[in-house]
Design a protein around this ligand. Structure first.
Ligand SMILES: [Zn+2]
Ligand SMILES: [Zn+2]
Length: 282
């Protein structure tokens, strides 16, 4: 089965430009921010914008399930402050509604940080509670939590912590996971090693469940194994090298999932996408 490979594209000029940017790369999947990711609020989409996005999907041959929008980095669902937490949940609700307006069914999100103010267990429970509140106010769109490099007080670097968040979310049909290869490597999981790759996916299946996986972020890592530092690199140019990505595109467990590049050199995206697609057919 062919893989659905793409990149995190720009929404400059409006969200409706994203499918066109992705199609120009030769992508079969893509990610984008739903709005300016550095601001809390943004104007609502217009009817023309939503119609333009749908037309872009159709013209580019994209299916909604191969689009994995990324939420703003400002949202910290673990924030222990009541007002700050309410603002984060409001912002998540807005992003889920934007996805719904575009006809999309998933939103990728970083779980958050304890800010060093509460225990990790408490922070994990706050993430789940915040997601529950946002899901209760929205319909149809799934929250997809991304594994992290585990820098500082950031949550979600381990499968166990991701599983604990999922366990606290009441509607399992609206909560999934996205795995980022650079974050895994920085968190100490060495997918350069075929045996580690196999073992870690067995562990993921046991602890989280492969059925909960909604996408992968394909990034090489500038930072070293276990460094807990989140620095993406172009495929093959970082510490991971090319081999893990060949393994991924030949792995039937990732059939049908969006596989998204977040590599730093956008000019290489068409080559990276083509190289991965070719590797997947060999
Ligand atoms: Zn991310
Ligand atoms: Zn990522």
């Amino acid at each position: 089965m062919p893989k659905f490979i793409g990149a995190h594209v720009s929404i400059a000029g409006g969200v409706e430009q994203a499918p066109r940017h992705a199609a120009a790369l030769g992508a079969r999947a893509f990610a984008m921010f739903t709005k300016n990711q550095r601001q809390w609020s943004a104007p609502a989409y217009t009817a023309d914008g939503c119609a333009g996005f749908a037309e872009g999907l159709r013209a580019g041959g994209f299916e909604a399930r191969h689009v994995l929008p990324h939420a703003s980095y400002l949202i910290n669902l673990a924030n222990p402050g009541a007002a700050a937490n309410a603002r984060a949940v409001d912002a998540l609700v807005d992003e889920l509604q934007r996805c719904r307006a575009l006809g999309l069914d998933c939103l990728n999100l970083h779980p958050g940080s304890s800010l060093g103010q509460v225990s990790r267990e408490d922070a994990v429970a706050r993430v789940a509670g915040s997601v529950n509140r946002a899901l209760a106010r929205t319909e149809g769109v799934m929250v997809v939590l991304e594994n992290t490099a585990g820098q500082g007080n950031t949550l979600g670097a381990s499968f166990a912590e991701l599983a604990a968040m999922l366990a606290g979310i009441h509607d399992a049909s609206r909560a999934g996971i996205c795995l980022d290869t650079a974050h895994l490597f920085a968190a100490g999981v060495d997918w350069r090693d075929a045996a580690v790759y196999a073992a870690s996916l067995r562990e993921f299946d046991g602890v989280v469940g492969l059925r909960r996986l909604r996408g992968l972020h394909l990034n090489d890592s500038k930072s070293s194994l276990g460094s807990r530092v989140d620095r993406h690199e172009s495929l093959g140019a970082g510490r991971l090298g090319w081999a893990p990505f060949e393994r991924i595109v030949r792995d039937a467990r990732f059939d049908g999932l969006p596989l998204i590049l977040e590599t730093p050199d956008e000019s290489l995206w068409p080559l990276e996408i083509r190289g991965l697609a070719e590797a997947g057919t060999r």
